[in-house]
Design a protein around this ligand. Structure first.
Ligand SMILES: [Fe+2]
Length: 501
């Protein structure tokens, strides 16, 4: 039995459900303050702003949401400079958030199963979606964008987090057009002038009997570099993708969608997804130049939300993805807090090695324990890489809340782990490269932790070269923030103009 480095790693139990549930409580308040309670020291070279998105509300005036993914997006920012840190959070003022805050009751059905009060009669034939802007937040082209994959992004002021409104990216998106919540950033994309630039590469998908994928690439100033569309057969649940210098890589999960229970008012749209364990999963490979044929490769049945990375090597395409053996729904639980973890599939890190000439796909499993939310050095996106950081459950077997962090050396298989068990709960780590760093792991890993002891949230900063010894600094917030989804970092500082005395 591997021992995790944690003050309480010998605890008889990894966690209690009561502790874990408290981390999902709504946080209706909005704050602005210098973080006073700091354990350790913030590295002097760490300067910029950390943004994170996630559901801020898990109830509407006491009416519990069936799933936190249905909760209104709340953006958190921590601006860091000169060893000091400033915290701010704001709800995204979406049309739905404003309407429900005014009426004090649920006005929309949630994609993940939250129904309006009144039973199926009150929900039947109401198929309008609430753009909850709760999945990711990125700063690109001078715009801070809150992302939700089924519709347009919302633009926010990065200094104040005030909502500026829906954004069509200077006329690129049509009203309500899907825009994925998982952009990829290619650090060194060649340009026509022979130089290179960073690019934001992303997509939108409209799915039905067949699915249309629109792929975008954006210059650093936010203008469009590439824009092409492709049609693929069948329903395509595509939450994330991966890039290489030449390809966009998608995994088409073996699922079907029966909209009838949704339309009839019995289930949320995502609850109408059915996993077919007999069908192959398809890997879709689309040339980034928008030309050439789209290739499809079949592999073992699995369900994928997130990808860690992809790269090309010796005529092969390597794809590292987080794979479940079936669609991870919450089963018969009345809401997510009552989910039976014994019946939730535990995802693993799978490596697909695709021979582009023979179409043969080999599968290995570098990380067998439950893991989710991968992050790598941003300079290695789309490139062969060595170090992967990802959230883990405390125990090495089964499914459970994320409580720790693992660093995996993809070349040697060596691992470093850390856990906040039994009373700390994690989520997505975020790797930040050290300015002028040379080694791939020369940087920091940031992890938002919910601490049930004080019912508050902390931002833990790890030395990426030594995860095992635990955080080198912890920024303790005065309150809790409900478990989030995805976040990002910019080296631009969006805090008060002058650090405090
Ligand atoms: Fe995601």
């Amino acid at each position: 039995m591997q021992t995790l480095s944690s003050p309480n790693s010998n605890a008889a139990i990894a966690y209690t459900r009561e502790d874990w549930k408290q981390g999902y409580e709504s946080q209706p308040q909005e704050f602005d303050y210098w973080i006073e309670d700091i354990e350790g020291e913030i590295p002097a070279e760490l300067s910029g702003t950390v943004f994170r998105n996630g559901p801020g509300l898990t109830d509407i005036n006491g009416y519990r949401l069936r799933h936190p993914f249905d909760g209104d997006g709340m953006i958190n920012s921590i601006a860091i400079a000169q060893g000091q840190a400033y915290y701010r959070n704001r709800f995204v003022r979406t049309e739905g958030y404003l309407k429900e805050q005014k009426s004090g009751k649920p006005e929309y059905r949630g994609v993940f199963g939250t129904q309006k009060p009144g039973g199926w009669l009150a929900n039947a034939f109401d198929i309008k979606l609430k753009n909850i802007a709760n999945t990711h937040v990125v700063y690109w082209g001078g715009k801070l964008l809150a992302l939700w994959e089924a519709a347009q992004p919302h633009r926010l002021d990065p200094n104040t987090l005030a909502t500026l409104g829906l954004d069509n990216l200077d006329g690129i998106l049509t009203k309500g057009e899907p825009f994925a919540a998982h952009p990829k950033f290619d650090a060194n994309c060649p340009t026509a002038t022979g130089k290179s630039e960073e690019r934001m590469v992303t997509f939108g998908v409209k799915s039905g009997l067949s699915s249309t994928l629109r792929i975008f690439e954006f210059h650093p100033d936010g203008t469009l570099a590439k824009d092409h569309r492709h049609t693929v057969p069948g329903f395509a649940f595509l939450h994330d993708f991966a890039i290489t210098p030449n390809y966009c890589v998608f995994v088409q999960n073996p699922v079907s969608f029966n909209p009838l229970p949704f339309v009839a008012g019995f289930q949320g749209a995502a609850e109408c997804i059915q996993f077919n364990p007999e069908a192959p999963t398809k890997i879709i490979v689309i040339p980034r130049n928008g030309q050439g044929k789209v290739q499809f490769f079949e592999t073992d049945p699995c369900f994928v939300f997130h990808h860690a990375n992809a790269f090309e090597k010796d005529g092969q395409l390597i794809l590292d993805s987080i794979c479940y053996n079936e669609f991870p729904d919450i089963g018969d639980a009345k809401d997510y807090s009552e989910v039976d973890f014994d019946h939730v599939p535990a995802s693993q890190l799978w490596r697909f090695t695709i021979d582009l000439a023979t179409a043969k796909v080999d599968v290995t499993v570098p990380i067998e324990r439950y893991c989710e939310f991968p992050t790598i050095h941003p300079g290695n996106v789309g490139q062969e890489y060595r170090y992967l950081y990802i959230g883990i459950a405390h125990d090495q077997t089964g499914s459970a809340p994320l409580q720790g962090l693992i660093k995996r050396d993809m070349q040697t298989g060596a691992e470093q782990t850390w856990s906040a068990a039994p009373r700390g709960f994690g989520g997505e780590p975020l790797f930040i490269a050290k300015p002028n760093g040379t080694a791939e792991d020369d940087g920091w890993v940031l992890l938002w932790l919910y601490n049930a002891v004080g019912h508050n949230t902390e931002l833990a900063i790890f030395n990426a070269q030594d995860i095992t010894t635990g955080p080198i600094a912890k920024l303790n917030l005065k309150h809790h923030v409900p478990y989030g989804l995805h976040g990002s970092f910019t080296s631009q500082y969006f805090g008060p103009q002058q650090p405090r005395e």
